[in-house]
Write a protein that binds this ligand. Structure first.
Ligand SMILES: [Fe+2]
Ligand SMILES: [Fe+2]
Length: 473
């Protein structure tokens, strides 16, 4: 059970560990300062219809009610321990899962946790200003829900650092509150978490593409031999599902509204569509191209000896490791990756152990494609020929085999000049951002929606779509 009588709600029996409790209670005010400095702007007095975890049981983890966000009960929740759990893969396969960190893996494991932990506050910082231009109360509430849960994910990682990594862990926990998304001196660790999210189309794309990367990273850490990490990530995954829903349904509603007006006004010319106050489908495709390619970079290099080491030592598994049927050691297995050779993209068979980043990325791409297929049903319903497509994996990459290779969405390797000449057709340019920003304006009447986006099919937690999800007094 989670003890809500404590300052820090938890199901890890914090009261029995006074040293840890004191460390976390010292960190808590710093966290609240960070939230008020970099969390959602002008939000501290709003009452928001939020879900809060009150139990990790299947039915009890989502408790809805009005909360002022600075009073949100950020807490530490792990799925219950399975006393019989064994390590599912790697050199230690079959041994009991670790309840403490083995000395030889300490710094690597700390680095993995810090890198994951750093993305959580970063996304809150990236989304700080969006509340000002929310297209509805429903959307404003969803933004805030994502923000408070990313805050809780930070708590989840900080708990691990402070409980299991001693003084180094405490220092890392402080540093997580000191870096800032986009800051030149103290940036966040990963590039995609330093790009600004300027408007709601970018937010929905980010929640669809980048939170889903989060899902796959968490899914591979949920297999970790370090049991507290595995249990923490399992619980975080339940929350991540909602973030991806916000992204997928948000983009779908923008597409739907655009298609409605295209049909009603019988126009498909992008300028004509824009004149109707909605985002033309070609521009939405450009945002697909950008957020997809920026997120693929988060998987790191296709061939990675670090990834191989994480696997053989049991620190990070494959997504769904326990359900996969093979030796869980990948001793002889192979995997196909792609690389550029003589101006052509060619397949290359490599040891599967070194290609684990590529494999996780390919698992991710399958899910991303399925969501695109769902988006494509919308123009079909309106009798429009437009279809969204994922660009080639090599398109617009900054990391890995395709970094700086000027690969077109169709997978042609281009000269720098050809790339430069066509880039603005494929990726959002400043004018696209400015146009979308011009559509953004805060809508706060219950049940009303900005012109550029359709209402959702249903409300939150069986409430009506015109429910007052955020109260301003
Ligand atoms: Fe998260
Ligand atoms: Fe998330």
């Amino acid at each position: 059970m989670i003890d809500y009588t404590e300052r820090i709600p938890n199901n890890v029996d914090l009261a029995a560990d006074k040293t840890l409790q004191r460390a976390l209670e010292r960190w808590q005010p710093a966290f609240l300062n960070w939230w008020s400095d970099t969390g959602p702007v002008s939000s501290s007095l709003l009452q928001v219809y939020l879900r809060t975890a009150i139990s990790v049981d299947r039915d009890g983890w989502a408790n809805f009610g009005f909360v002022r966000m600075p009073d949100y009960r950020w807490g530490i929740f792990l799925v219950p321990r399975d006393e019989n759990r064994t390590i599912p893969f790697g050199d230690h396969q079959g041994e009991p899962a670790w309840q403490e960190v083995p000395g030889e893996y300490r710094s690597t494991l700390r680095r993995i946790i810090v890198t994951q932990g750093d993305t959580e506050p970063a996304s809150v910082e990236q989304q700080r200003l969006l509340g000002i231009t929310a297209p509805s109360l429903y959307d404003l509430r969803n933004l805030f829900q994502v923000n408070v849960e990313e805050g809780r994910h930070l708590w989840a990682m900080v708990y691990l650092l402070q409980r299991y990594f001693g003084r180094d862990g405490r220092e890392e926990a402080e540093a997580l509150l000191e870096r800032r998304s986009g800051d030149t001196n103290k940036p966040r660790i990963l590039t995609a978490f330093n790009d600004p999210i300027r408007h709601w189309l970018a937010f929905f794309m980010f929640a669809y593409f980048t939170d889903r990367d989060g899902k796959f990273q968490l899914a591979s850490l949920a297999e970790s031999a370090f049991d507290p990490l595995a249990r923490t990530c399992r619980f975080m995954l339940t929350e991540e599902a909602h973030h991806m829903f916000v992204g997928e349904s948000g983009v779908a509603r923008a597409i739907q509204r655009t298609c409605e007006l295209m049909r009603n006004h019988n126009t498909s010319d992008p300028a004509g569509v824009r004149a109707l106050g909605v985002i033309d489908l070609d521009t939405i495709q450009k945002f697909v191209n950008f957020h997809y390619s920026a997120t693929l970079d988060l998987y790191g290099s296709e061939i990675s000896s670090n990834a191989a080491t994480y696997y053989t030592t049991g620190l990070k598994g494959r997504s769904g490791e326990s359900k996969l049927v093979d030796d869980h050691k990948l001793t002889d297995a192979e995997y196909v990756v792609h690389e550029v050779s003589n101006g052509q993209i060619v397949p290359k068979t490599v040891p599967a152990l070194t290609a684990l980043n590529a494999r996780l990325r390919d698992d991710y791409i399958r899910e991303i494609q399925a969501g695109l297929d769902r988006w494509n049903r919308i123009p079909v319903q309106f009798g429009l020929p437009f279809r969204f497509e994922l660009p080639h994996v090599g398109f617009n990459r900054r990391i890995g085999a395709f970094a700086g290779r000027n690969v077109s969405p169709e997978g042609q390797v281009l000269s720098v000049e050809d790339w430069k000449a066509r880039e603005s057709r494929w990726l959002p340019c400043e004018d696209d951002h400015l146009f979308i920003e011009s559509l953004m304006g805060r809508v706060v009447e219950p049940g009303q929606f900005a012109n550029w986006i359709a209402p959702p099919v249903r409300g939150v937690n069986n409430q009506r779509v015109d429910f007052e999800y955020v109260r301003f007094n």
